[in-house]
Design a protein. Sequence first.
Length: 129
Amino acid sequence: MNFLRKIIEIPLIIIVVVFAVINNDFATFNLKPFDLDITVSLSVLILVLFFAGYLLGRFDAFVANAPLRANLREQKKANKVLNKEHEKLHAKFSDLQEDFAELKHREPEEPKVPFKERFARFFSFKKAE
């Protein structure tokens, strides 16, 4: 977007400067309530009004984008919180992977005998060897 703006701005500035240099006459302005006559070069007037309009437009764009900048700041704060939460979860997951690796390499435990079988063995007779 910045590149596109420069493509438009630079030729426009050149056109306005050329137009201001070509119009080198003087203009007289009469301020009615004060009875004051002002004589100004047209080239200076054109340049001053052009750059005043340019600055006013930039300021207007800055003010118009204020809600977007505020939203961006909120999004960045939320992103930081989520990144911290993600790091905590990643650390827990790494610990679980390590625990799983340890459990995997342990020797298998003998299976537990269900209560029903133990109860049945209690009342069964053992054969002598």
